[in-house]
Design a binder for this molecule. Structure first.
Ligand SMILES: [Zn+2]
Length: 465
């Protein structure tokens, strides 16, 4: 999705055995705090689409297939079904660990329904993925009904099912998957097996890490599937990605790079068809069946009228991205119109005023420094923090939280949101626990660098930290 030009926030949990190909925001969505974090994130930034790959392990019908006797004799596990039509939320008499897995999976399904409800309210696109015959569809339905909302039940009933064979989109095994979507944008993905290939078998293998089912391996999305999904959404996002951009943002340059969405998409529309469209077009996939053996892909060119109409909806980057802020504009005017002497007088007057202010605040400054923890006292010795705070208030600086920042903050965790910057969630690549685990090695590296040679106090303080 990121390659297709979308700004993405992939979310995953710690226990995923698969290796994500991108950085992910680590959240445990069975945990109410993390659930709220995600919901707030969705509400606070313009959200275009959400895709939920609900873990299907506890709802898999593959659990109902018997394991070959020769494998059982070698010690292979025989998974037992954990759910049934009568017991969607978990069969009675499960082992403690299975019951726990089912319970966590139920919580995820329940939260998925919260997200479906959010999609209904906020109007973003939502798609949920699971095997076509998974019990999880019934579990989701259960939680939708439990909400006792006529509006939500109708929204749920109106969701569009897109059933497809994984192998039609680059998968290697015969697996039938379903996307349940709030709009028909993925309709072109509803493809059966093209029957022009041999499926890899679903096997159970003994590995160094224990017995492994290929079903787990097939859980990863093939690249082609991701590309097609992104393509489908791209077709409906042209206007949205531009209109949701913050007109006040000032990027560092205005060059259009590949990372930004195209200002005008190359094609007016991309269509899948057996025969070429009548309009002016370009063949995007080989005509002999394309990659799925069924259809070819054509990019319909814009007509001059369509192109101009689209271009008129765009704002020229110069109009929004190279603005001179008002305060700077005022200063340039004052300097140019007042001349050198006026500027010198102003600066002398201001520096006298600041010195006077510093003098007046000296007792308050000393009191504040006395409240600091010992290690902060050393670092902040001689710094006029109260004076700075005073000046920030005087200038009506929008982010007074930086005064707390000066007194020291935790290196990890969540900071308060500064009004100075737009929302930009950088997915965590590690966790505080993992950071601690790796700290022994990194501490040695840091201490090895003697950056405070001339300040022994500071060096000692750093070592104590
Ligand atoms: Zn196939």
């Amino acid at each position: 999705m990121a390659q297709a030009g979308f700004k993405t926030t992939p979310v995953d949990c710690h226990h995923n055995k698969h290796v994500p190909r991108t950085q992910v925001l680590i959240l445990d969505l069975t945990n109410p705090t993390d659930q709220t974090t995600l919901k707030n994130l969705i509400k606070s930034s313009p959200t275009f689409a959400i895709h939920i790959a609900l873990p299907c392990g506890t709802g898999s019908r593959a659990r109902e297939r018997p394991i070959a006797r020769h494998l059982l004799q070698q010690g292979a596990p025989q998974p037992v079904p954990l759910r049934s039509a009568e017991h969607l939320l978990g069969l009675p008499g499960l082992t403690a660990s299975d019951a726990r897995r089912v319970e966590l999976s139920n919580q995820l399904a329940k939260f998925t329904v919260d997200l479906i409800e959010l999609a209904m309210t906020l109007g973003f696109f939502i798609s949920i993925e699971n095997p076509e015959n998974s019990w999880m569809w019934g579990v989701l339905c259960h939680y939708v009904l439990a909400k006792k909302s006529v509006k939500l039940s109708k929204f749920w009933n109106d969701l569009i099912a897109v059933n497809f064979a994984n192998c039609a989109h680059g998968g290697e095994r015969d697996k039938k998957t379903k996307f349940l979507c709030s709009r028909d944008w993925l309709a072109s993905m509803a493809l059966p097996c093209p029957k022009n290939h041999v499926h890899k078998p679903f096997t159970l293998k003994k590995t160094t890490a224990g017995w492994r089912f290929d079903t787990a391996q097939e859980g990863e999305y093939p690249v082609l599937l991701c590309e097609r999904y992104a393509e489908c959404l791209q077709r409906h996002s042209n206007f949205i990605t531009h209109s949701s951009a913050d007109p006040n943002r000032i990027p560092s340059n205005i060059q259009q790079t590949k990372r930004h969405p195209q200002l005008i998409p190359e094609y007016h529309r991309v269509v899948f068809s057996d025969s070429p469209p009548k309009a002016d077009h370009k063949l995007l996939l080989p005509a002999n069946g394309g990659e799925n053996g069924a259809k070819a892909k054509y990019g319909k060119n814009h007509t001059p009228e369509q192109f101009v109409k689209f271009a008129k909806t765009l704002v020229h980057p110069f109009d929004i991205e190279h603005r001179v802020p008002d305060v700077l504009r005022r200063n340039i005017h004052d300097v140019l119109s007042g001349g050198v002497q006026k500027l010198v007088d102003f600066r002398v007057k201001e520096s006298k005023r600041l010195a006077q202010l510093k003098h007046e605040l000296r007792y308050e400054e000393a009191r504040m420094h006395a409240t600091l923890p010992a290690h902060a006292k050393i670092v902040l010795k001689g710094k006029s923090l109260v004076l700075l705070q005073h000046l920030l208030k005087e200038q009506q600086f929008p982010d007074l939280d930086i005064c707390d920042l000066m007194k020291g903050v935790d290196l990890v965790g969540k900071a308060t949101k500064s009004p100075l910057f737009a929302d930009k969630v950088v997915p965590a690549t590690t966790s505080p626990e993992m950071l601690l685990q790796s700290s022994q090695g990194s501490n040695e590296k840091i201490l090895g660098r003697d950056v405070h040679q001339s300040e022994p106090d500071l060096a000692r303080c750093g070592r104590q930290l």
